[in-house]
Write a protein that binds this ligand. Structure first.
Ligand SMILES: [Zn+2]
Length: 83
């Protein structure tokens, strides 16, 4: 009787080992909608209203008539810098 239980235990252990190895690996950290992670948010680049030079929107001078690459171009365009 003990031999039968031992054989059953060995068989169950073998099945457990087989299933353990066949289990698919856990999925990697899911990303949003399964796509590659989005790059850092692009900064807006705007053209200067005077010369047309494209500049980072954070560095531009904002006038009342438009945006400029520098305060000099704002003045050359007869514009005033927004307070
Ligand atoms: Zn300019």
């Amino acid at each position: 009787m003990l031999k039968i239980l031992l054989v059953v235990a060995v068989i169950l252990f073998g099945i457990w080992l087989f299933k353990k190895d066949r289990r698919p690996p856990p999925p990697t950290k899911p990303t949003t909608s399964g796509k590659t992670p989005a790059p850092a948010r692009a900064l807006p680049i705007l053209p200067c209203s005077h010369c047309g030079t494209h500049t980072d929107a954070r560095e531009m001078v904002r006038g009342q008539l438009g945006v400029y690459c520098s305060a000099a171009h704002c003045q050359l365009s007869g514009d005033r810098i927004k307070p």
